[in-house]
Ligand binder design. Structure first.
Ligand code: KG4
Ligand code: ZN
Length: 356
């Protein structure tokens, strides 16, 4: 198959968890623009059960995938012939969900005779920073950059030396930052996903009210650990329940604020440490937890005080959480098409192994 090695329009597909997403992006001299960015989420269904049920999420992917791709084409006013290439998340994620996106992309690639680029979802998250959104040029164009990925399943630090050239610096040894939000939210009786709910409640609370652990904050490495947080929160709740077994509103708000601050403290300390260790001035955040306003504020404040002129890149909140726009954006800069017949979903893919 012959293809343009400098594609201008890419259709991205993302189905790694509970979002079915398709987006069409265009790259020109002004950067990368979104022509359409469609997301069907089954999060409301997951919310009912307090988390994602893999089989159910996969079923929802199957129902949504074709309508979502159709809508992305319509909104972008694109016909298949206008698309130069397809990009699809091939891992990590829930295998049943990944398969829906991967098999759909393989089929479209063969039928439309367009190149197919597999994208590591984790690397993809960082590329939300290269999307030119509403006139703001977010693109970090000078390497090296320290990247912090904070999502529901991952907390990773990388040193990106160029597109497709990065070093894994460290990551969580147990729960991810988003998972810590989700699990402690559940203990507080808040819905899934927990991050936005904890953050909203935290606004009314005192972050110094409870002393929560900051595991590994002073360790020599760039690894994280968040699982101790839920045990600490659970113990505080058991001690703080009223005789009727309820938590007061102020107690819940104080605990939410303390949780948010504990997670942010550790994330910021390790990101700062990585930036100093590798003498890197630019920092980018990515992943659902990067939608947290307080995290962004603290990173900006701390790093500008302690690392002079450090530009901080954070995608707008709607591009932090899962979408297909960052999958397409990643493919523009990491354009390595594969034979569609041989591509397989890779649920356990990580940044550490650098399989991308
Ligand atoms: O990146 P993402 O959309 O999905 C994964 O690839 O995991 O991240 C989802 C995670 C969830 O754990 C959710 O609670 C968290 O991001 N999250 C937030 C916020 N918005 C989403 N955490 C803290 N504050 C937020 N505003
Ligand atoms: Zn994600």
């Amino acid at each position: 198959m012959f293809f343009d090695t400098n594609p201008k329009i890419i259709l991205g597909i993302e189905t790694s968890c509970d979002e079915t997403a398709a987006a069409i992006l265009k790259k020109d001299n002004n950067g990368i623009q979104i022509l359409s960015n469609i997301i069907a989420s089954s999060a409301e269904i997951q919310s009912k059960y307090g988390g994602v049920i893999p089989e159910q999420a996969a079923r929802e992917q199957l129902v949504s995938i074709i309508p979502v791709i159709k809508e992305a084409l319509e909104e972008a006013k694109c016909k298949p012939k206008n698309i130069d290439a397809l990009a699809v998340t091939y891992g990590p994620g829930l295998v049943g969900c990944l398969l829906i996106g991967v098999e759909t992309a393989k089929t479209l690639s063969l039928v439309w005779e367009k190149p197919l680029v597999p994208v590591n979802h984790l690397l993809g998250h960082f590329y939300a920073n290269w999307i030119t959104d509403k006139g703001t040029l977010l693109s970090p164009d000078t390497f090296p950059i320290i990247g912090l990925l904070v999502s529901g399943g991952h907390t990773d630090l990388i040193l990106m030396e160029n597109h497709g050239k990065y070093r894994y610096l460290g990551g969580t040894r147990d729960d991810a930052a988003g998972e810590a939000f989700d699990k402690t939210a559940r203990l507080l009786g808040l819905p899934y996903p927990g991050g936005p709910a904890v953050s909203k409640l935290a606004k009314q609370g005192n972050p110094k009210a409870f002393k929560l652990p900051r595991p590994m904050i002073k360790s020599d490495n760039l690894d994280f650990s968040f699982s101790g947080l839920k045990t600490a929160v659970s113990n505080i709740i058991l001690d703080g329940l009223s005789p009727s077994g309820r938590m007061s509103e102020s107690f819940r708000a104080d605990l939410a604020a303390s949780i948010e601050e504990a997670i942010i403290d550790v994330l910021v300390a390790k990101t700062k440490k990585a930036a100093k260790q590798f003498n890197v001035n630019q920092i980018m955040l990515a992943g659902g937890v990067a939608a947290n306003k307080k995290l962004t504020e603290v990173v900006r404040k701390t790093t500008s005080e302690q690392i002079s002129h450090a530009p901080i890149y954070v995608p707008p909140p709607h591009l932090c959480t899962d979408n297909a726009a960052f999958i397409a954006a990643c493919a523009f800069y990491n354009f390595h098409p594969v034979n569609p017949l041989t591509l397989q979903a890779s649920p356990g893919l990580s940044l550490d192994k650098k399989l991308n």
